[in-house]
Design a protein. Structure first.
Length: 257
């Protein structure tokens, strides 16, 4: 197995499934992520998505170093890998639905890059984090650096990149790499609870909120599209249903229309 998806009610899951290699990601796996995200994004029954590693030991050990070694110093192979690497992150950021990274164990290099492309990151107390590019002599791709920068700020991003040090969950929470630090047995359950809570809210509002935050972070001209989504909420059936439910003191039934 490589990248697989599951659905359970309104929750979709993307699972990095290579347990025997500590969920290290091959080029084939990076290439499979956009399709997995697209399937769940297109599924109208799915309201929120969780990204996790298979098993209970590791989120993702990063890119498969053996593949990088085989590329050597071939600039075309490296450029193709960078395109695939960025596409896997960008699709999580561009997904219309909220994506939560649920992290147990090591979350390294490319694994951390994927987590940073998610909207929220929840980690177990035993989780650890690092970007070891400086120890390997790799340049870290600019879009991935931008996501790191938005999460932790310039000074902390510089420290993480140039020291290549490994941070425990306490340090990761202090830096802003993660939103929550939870008992190991609780992190997946908590992620499911938060995703379920999101799933009860209006899908168009969730979409507009995510698109607006992403656009403001990118500052790349995509804000106009986000503003259209905001206006769409105001004329939606869901907004009318939300008003009725509030007046009638009941739980709203949102349909994403």
């Amino acid at each position: 197995m490589t990248i697989r998806t599951e659905t359970e009610g309104p929750i979709g899951r993307i699972i990095i499934d290579r347990e025997d290699q500590r969920n290290a990601l091959t080029t084939q796996m990076w290439d499979a992520i956009p399709g997995a995200v697209a399937r769940l994004d297109a599924d109208e029954s799915v309201r929120a998505i969780i990204l996790r590693g298979a098993g209970d030991e590791v989120f993702a050990a990063g890119a498969d170093i053996r593949e990088l070694h085989q590329m050597g110093d071939d600039p075309q192979a490296l450029a193709a890998f960078e395109d695939t690497f960025e596409a896997a992150q960008a699709c999580l950021e561009d997904c219309s639905k909220p994506v939560i990274a649920a992290i147990k164990g090591p979350c390294m290099g490319g694994g951390l890059a994927l987590a940073l492309a998610c909207d929220m990151r929840m980690a177990s107390v035993e989780a650890s984090f690092a970007i070891p590019a400086a120890r390997l002599g790799l340049g870290y791709a600019a879009p991935a650096v931008a996501r790191l920068l938005r999460a932790v700020g310039p000074s902390n991003a510089f420290e993480i990149l140039v020291t290549a040090r490994r941070y425990d969950s306490v340090g990761a929470l202090r830096l802003g790499l993660i939103n929550d630090r939870l008992p190991e047995w609780d992190v997946f359950r908590h992620a499911e609870q938060v995703a379920s809570h999101m799933a009860r809210n209006a899908p168009l509002t969730l979409h507009a909120a995510k698109a607006t935050i992403t656009a403001l972070n990118r500052a790349d001209g995509s804000l106009a599209a986000a503003e259209e989504l905001i206006l769409k909420c105001g004329s939606s059936d869901d907004f009318a249903e939300g008003r009725r439910a509030f007046t009638e003191k009941r739980q709203p039934v949102f349909r994403g229309r």
